[in-house]
Design a protein around this ligand. Structure first.
Ligand SMILES: [Cu+2]
Length: 400
């Protein structure tokens, strides 16, 4: 549970009592089983995300290594390692991560990514990030928590930041039953790691061997998967329509091997008046908004305190009357498509959020997977993705 949600809330005393009981129990355990005689557990590092080559807008929706064996009593330190991408590292009591997702992140699931603020007592009808997904199990940005093989232990949403990377430390409880568990990112279906808790005495890889494996996997993702995702974005499909015009199909990003190229076509797409352009989503959320200048300043999310009427901007849960009122709102001007599909240089046009989930992941999104623009006016059109910012942009030229 998020400790922040107990502060000042009616459940505070109960939480405090529980904490005291846990502390008491822990001291008894220590008294009964003196630490001497126990070998100190090893600490394993898992890299969350990775840095792309210079100039590339790639997110690595991966844990490195992709599978890890530990003993009960060991520690796992998740180290965010990307440029700015948000992720969670979430330990769950499930052998098959996608099965867990289907149950908990499918329609109505308790860990689904987006919820209506009205389901949380709000009155704006905005979509918000599910607080259950966002909330860390301990104080951010570097929570330390314990996993005993049951329930969910969640880092909460943490953003990569090369100058101050967050970490998430998980003590694998000495009582954890040997078995197979999963670590997953609640934001990115497919971003998963197998976690094996091995019986005591079993020989497993050392932390330095694990780190070497992780580096090798990062190298492969960087040199093979990333370029493949990038190449996929550059692919354009065209189809002659009955009226003689052309229907163009372009990608809003592409994901290969868990590496998301957050880009549109590098070159200018040249089409003719009367053509159509369908933008197809990938496994990462994007939108395509025109025109560049008027759309560039639209933030995708806003952090607020929920209150009757217009919500109050906030930096953190501490800014709210109750920390439980803290919300991460999605900007409806980004998530919702405009009624008009006609490319324009003057009026804002928006595809809404596009995502094409892998059906095998069982995750449902309140968004569409494609949007079709109509080229009715001759001219040059410059668009961008509001989720990933002005670096993810596209030029379309409509010829007579
Ligand atoms: Cu992620």
């Amino acid at each position: 549970m998020d400790p922040r949600t107990s502060v000042g809330a009616p459940g505070r005393r109960r939480a405090l009592a529980l904490a005291l009981a846990v502390a008491l129990a822990a001291s008894l355990v220590v008294a009964l089983h003196p630490v001497a005689g126990h070998a100190a557990g090893a600490t394993y590092v898992v890299k969350v995300d990775a840095k792309p080559p210079k100039g590339e807008m790639w997110d690595f929706m991966r844990f490195f290594p992709s599978s890890l064996a530990v003993h009960a009593g060991d520690t796992i330190r998740f180290e965010w390692n990307g440029v700015e991408g948000p992720h969670t590292a979430t330990l769950v009591d499930a052998r098959r991560a996608h099965h867990w997702r289907t149950v908990h992140q499918g329609k109505g699931g308790d860990y689904r990514l987006f919820v209506k603020d009205t389901t949380l007592g709000g009155d704006d009808h905005n979509l918000v990030i599910n607080p259950q997904v966002a909330a860390p199990c301990g104080p951010p940005p570097s929570p330390t928590c314990s996993f005993d093989g049951t329930g969910v232990v969640n880092s909460g949403i943490q953003f990569s930041n090369p100058s101050d990377q967050p970490t998430f430390t998980v003590n694998v409880d000495p009582a954890t039953p040997p078995g197979e568990y999963s670590v997953l990112c609640l934001l990115h279906p497919g971003m998963e790691m197998h976690l094996y808790v091995m019986p005591p005495g079993t020989k497993i890889q050392s932390p330095s061997q694990v780190l070497a494996d992780a580096q090798a996997e990062i190298g492969h993702a960087k040199h093979v998967d990333g370029p493949a995702a990038d190449a996929k974005v550059q692919r354009v499909r065209r189809q002659r329509m009955d009226d003689g015009h052309v229907h163009w199909w372009i990608h809003a990003g592409a994901v290969v091997g868990g590496v998301s190229a957050d880009e549109f076509l590098d070159r200018t797409l040249r089409v003719h008046k009367g053509d159509r352009i369908t933008v197809v989503g990938s496994m990462e959320i994007h939108n395509l908004t025109f025109p560049f200048t008027r759309s560039a300043a639209r933030p995708f999310i806003a952090t607020v305190c929920e209150q009757t009427g217009k919500d109050k901007p906030a930096q953190s849960p501490a800014d709210c009357a109750s920390p439980m009122d803290f919300r991460i709102d999605l900007n409806p001007n980004v998530t919702k498509a405009t009624d008009s599909h006609v490319l324009s240089r003057h009026e804002v046009r928006n595809s809404g959020i596009l995502i094409k989930p892998n059906p095998a992941d069982g995750v449902s999104y309140p968004f569409r997977d494609h949007f079709t623009y109509k080229a009715k006016h001759v001219g040059r059109f410059h668009g961008l993705c509001n989720v990933h910012g002005p670096m993810m942009d596209i030029h379309i030229r409509v010829l007579p």
